[in-house]
Design a protein around this ligand. Structure first.
Ligand code: FAD
Length: 592
């Protein structure tokens, strides 16, 4: 099993050089939050991850979770690790102080989430889901619900879940049938939810489910869905967990990866009905859930990065140790000397750096949209967040399929057997393109809600910002070739944008057929944009003689590698976008 360590030099570089963290915090009135504090936070997070959470990654894989008549029992050792996290205040890092959080910027919480996710993806899903549930209650919950539930959820003393999926309703939530019947000041819920992450466990004395269900008078389809808060244990008069609610875990799935994360079947209302409280307005549940989903979608995108980073670190160490070349004098050398092993490692290193930059920049955009006082600026920032969300979720998680596979490849046969642990990262990564909306659902969201709904203007605005980087690169002789490539990439993205706008409304299959290629194209272009920025900032620091020379020199190389080996894929995606839907839809069902 490999050791893990958070690559905080890269994280600090992105925060300080690309995002302008200190200035952003000052503009948001967070004067006491600065890069010095960030370094201390990263070191402390890394310590907890390395000493406590990462060693449980393999244990989670091997032992998984079990279920008995009292519900689900998490992997041994997880409870102790979880409480170390809670007691050190990590769960509330990015939440409002009003509910016991620490009010830190979202981008900082995102960076520390990377630490938990890389060290143990299955374990980290528990705070991730709680985070999404807290966001939904913060935005849509009544004062009463907020006061009763948020303090303990923000601290992590209680965890949260997101209960959407039913056997017949996965991507198509319009088909969900769980019922909510009004009774006094609450509702009674009846139905079954499947695949619920951390749907039950024994680590905390309550679990707070956010459940999508239909009221008796609900219209058909997504417009008839409401959101309910359903605690595992009802609160007594002191606000403490008391009587058990009629909400039970009846099974835990056996699955390909993330064995440490219990994936539960929850049954609501086997008896008298599960008591639930409406969150937000009746029939407006999907909008409320979208608050949670956007949050969770960026977090799942981050998982793609995190598991790729873990896989990279392991592959790097193996490549340095594994001897397969023999010199004329009979001495042997390690596989890291072979160009093709370098290709794999560079794809992983350069790819994860670009993914990290995009994940953090997207998270910082959430902060900027919150901090902005000018309404126009706020709207612009929020639109950028919305545009980034499916790209972060879609591109990062699709990249993780490739990069964790490269991690296995670097290990040769040893990667394919379980003992080295590389296979676990590959298996763990596989879910990230599926849950929180499959890649296709992200692509539909991107094309439909983020492009067509605003006539492509939000993307045009982003491309205009990328053009500033084109100009900066072109103005520096050392990077003029990168400037030319990025300029072509902007043209490629613009070409795709126009194609989508021209064709999506006239051909009913156009949006669905081009979406994933369009999303991947934008991922590579955004990656190149931020690696171009990184090259400029690394060079400026080297010129000034500041910063870590070896790190900055490596950054120049990984940036160039991205342009040479990853960005060219954008053109292949453009060709596929423009091929349209004809051959994709031509065969009749019997011809498959
Ligand atoms: C380990 C794990 C954890 C999970 N955690 C949770 C959780 O905590 N809470 C929760 O509610 N759910 C959870 N899920 C469920 C998960 O979100 C769904 O599995 C996912 O949304 C896909 O739904 P589905 O499985 O029904 O697949 P389907 O919707 O049946 O999709 C099958 C295929 O059809 C494609 N497809 C479907 N609709 C469209 C469309 N409109 N356009 C294009 N392609 C389409 C999909 O992309 C996919 O390739 C989890 C699932 C797993 C496996």
């Amino acid at each position: 099993m490999s050791d893990y360590s958070y690559p905080y030099k890269d994280a600090e570089f992105i925060l300080n050089e690309i995002i302008g963290f200190d200035q952003m915090c000052a503009a948001g009135g967070l004067d006491e939050v600065n890069s010095e504090l960030v370094t201390a936070i990263f070191e402390e997070a890394n310590r907890l991850a390395v000493e406590v959470i990462a060693p449980l990654n393999w244990v989670g894989n091997e032992l998984g979770a079990t279920v008995d008549e009292n519900g689900c029992i998490e992997t041994e050792g997880f409870k102790d690790a979880y409480w170390q996290m809670v007691e050190s205040g990590w769960c509330g890092l990015g939440f409002p102080e009003e509910f016991g959080g620490q009010g830190m910027p979202r981008v900082l919480a995102t960076a520390t989430d990377e630490v938990w996710q890389s060290s143990n993806l299955g374990f980290s899903l528990c705070p991730l889901l709680t985070h999404g549930a807290v966001e939904a209650i913060l935005v849509h919950g009544s004062d009463e619900l907020q006061q009763a539930y948020l303090p303990k959820m923000v601290s992590g003393e209680w965890t949260g879940t997101m209960c959407l999926t039913e056997p017949q309703a996965g991507s198509d939530l319009a088909a969900l049938t769980t019922k909510a019947v009004p009774e006094d000041d609450h509702y009674r819920l009846y139905g079954q939810k499947i695949f619920i992450t951390w749907g039950d466990h024994q680590m905390t004395d309550n679990v707070i489910h956010l459940v999508l269900a239909r009221l008796p008078d609900a219209p058909h389809g997504v417009k008839g869905i409401s959101l309910f808060l359903v605690p595992k244990f009802l609160l007594d008069e002191n606000g403490e967990p008391g009587e058990a609610n009629d909400a039970k875990c009846i099974a835990v799935e056996h699955k390909l990866g993330i064995h440490g994360s219990p994936t539960c079947t929850l049954s609501f209302g086997d008896g008298e009905g599960a008591v639930g409280y409406l969150v937000g307005k009746p029939h407006n549940g999907l909008a409320a859930m979208f608050t949670m989903m956007n949050d969770a979608r960026q977090s799942v995108g981050l998982q793609g990065l995190s598991v790729s980073e873990r896989s990279y670190q392991q592959a790097r160490e193996y490549a340095k140790e594994r001897l397969q070349g023999t010199r004329k004098d009979g001495s042997r050398y390690s596989i890291i000397n072979f160009p093709d092993v370098r290709r794999l490692l560079m794809l992983m290193k350069s790819g994860t750096e670009a993914m990290r930059a995009l994940a953090y920049v997207a998270a910082a955009e959430i902060d900027r949209s919150r901090f902005a006082e000018d309404p126009e600026e706020k709207t612009r920032r929020f639109a950028r967040v919305e545009l980034f969300t499916p790209i972060v979720k879609g591109w990062l998680t699709e990249m993780s399929q490739e990069l964790t596979s490269h991690g296995v490849q670097v290990h040769g046969g040893s990667g394919y057997v379980e003992e080295t642990g590389s296979a676990q990262h590959f298996r763990d990564a596989r879910i990230t393109t599926i849950y929180e909306g499959t890649t296709a659902i992200q692509a539909n969201d991107l094309v439909g809600r983020k492009i067509l709904a605003n006539n492509g203007e939000v993307l045009a605005d982003l491309l205009s910002d990328i053009s500033t980087t084109v100009a900066d690169l072109s103005a520096d002789d050392r990077f003029a070739d990168l400037g030319a490539s990025l300029s072509d990439a902007v043209d490629t993205a613009e070409d795709a944008r126009c194609w989508v706008l021209e064709n999506a409304l006239s051909d009913r299959f156009a949006a669905g057929s081009c979406g994933v290629n369009f999303m991947m194209l934008l991922g590579y272009v955004c990656g190149a944009w931020l690696m171009g920025e990184s090259a400029l900032k690394a060079a400026a620091n080297l010129d000034a003689g500041s910063g870590d020379k070896a790190f900055l020199e490596a950054k120049l190389v990984t940036s160039r590698f991205f342009f040479e080996h990853l960005l060219p894929r954008a053109n292949a995606h453009l060709a596929a976008v423009k091929a349209g839907s004809a051959s994709m839809m031509a065969l009749n069902e019997d011809q498959f």
